[in-house]
Structure formats: C-alpha cells, structure tokens
Design a protein. Structure first.
Length: 198
C-alpha cells in the first residue's frame, strides 16, 4: 500500500493549505493513504533544547515520514518564500544530521500550495527546491498545483468547491501517488512537466 504523509505549512485554524490537503484525501487512489500530520506542536528550533533530546512531536513526525512512501507539502507563501513555521519544522526534522538519510534520502516529495493572492504560491514552491535538493529528496516534477485567489475556491467550512481546481487536484494527487508508489520510476528517469496556474 502506498502511504503518503501530508503536512501544511500553516498553523492557522482556517488554513487554505490544510483545507487543500483535506481535499486531496478525496482523490487518493484505491488501496493508498494520505495521512495528514500537524506541525503545530513543533517548538522553535534551539540547539540547547536538542541536546536534551529530540521533542516527541518531532521524533514522531520523523518516524512517520521515514516509514512513508512519500511526502506531500501544502505550502503558503510568506514574503515570496517559505513560511517560517514550515522551515522550522524541516530544520527540526534534520536533527541530528545523521538521521537525514533515514528520513529524506530519495524520498518522493511533491509541493502544492494555495494563496489568497494572484500567483498561487509560485515563489514559495520555487524556494522549497534548494531545500529539498539539500536533503537528497526526489521531488516530483510531473505536475504543479498553484491555487490562486483561494478565498474564492473554498467555502466557509473549508471545502474545496471550485470544480476546475478539484479536477487539477485529482490529476496532481493521482500523478504523485503513481510516482511515489512501488512502481515509481528511477530518479534518473525523465518526468513530464506541466504547470497549472489558476
């Protein structure tokens, strides 16, 4: 069974990106799972804290990502880059450095995002690429999901209601699960590239 861990890079209760992850669960292929994990309990990184032991929320998330077939990040965009809380979570997940291969090496990763603005997190998604490369992950470049004007795409209960976006999300989720699954291509195999800007 293909199992993907999903994390949203926002702590806001009404986060569009958390809602996008929940919507993605609707399109998971039969026999597969998308398990959404929270970064809300991960403290600000502090080496003084690390020397006393990795915090339990960090250790648990590390183990879950290490055991999964892939990682799906739903990222907001703050000041044209990665949200601080999301980068902080990644920084904790790489401690100690000896654990990086266990958690991230060759791990299939996809990034999507939703924003109230017009550009759909394109700068944030681009900013994730050097981080993912540094960690030795295997990013999926077979699709891109940039949800702009997100306030018009979700209803008051956080349900994705725009049918065009739902169709793009269905294709995105299906493509990533195929990439991350047991029959995934080797890292050297070329992947088709497409972009979706809404």
């Amino acid at each position: 069974m293909t199992r993907i861990i999903g994390i949203a890079g926002s702590l806001r209760r009404g986060s569009f990106n958390a809602a996008l992850l929940r919507a993605a669960q609707e399109f998971v292929p039969a026999g597969a799972r998308l398990d959404i994990e929270s970064i809300a309990d991960i403290p600000l990184y502090n080496y003084d804290m690390e020397v006393n032991g990795i915090p339990e929320p960090v250790a648990r998330l590390k183990d879950n990502i290490a055991a999964a077939n892939g990682l799906l990040i739903a990222t907001p965009e703050y000041n044209n880059s990665i949200p601080g809380v999301a980068k902080n979570a990644i920084d904790w997940l790489t401690r100690p450095p000896a654990d990086i291969p266990r958690v991230f090496r060759a791990k299939p990763v996809a990034v999507m995002g939703a924003s109230p603005g017009r550009f759909g997190t394109v700068m944030s998604q681009n900013a994730w690429l050097p981080v993912l490369r540094t960690l030795g992950t295997r990013p999926w470049f077979g699709g891109r999901l940039l949800v702009s004007q997100a306030g018009q795409m979700f209803d008051a209960d956080g349900r994705l209601t725009n049918e065009m976006v739902r169709g793009l999300l269905r294709d995105f989720v299906g493509g990533f699960f195929e990439f991350a699954g047991p029959a995934a291509p080797s890292p050297s195999a070329p992947q088709p590239s497409s972009g979706h800007q809404l």
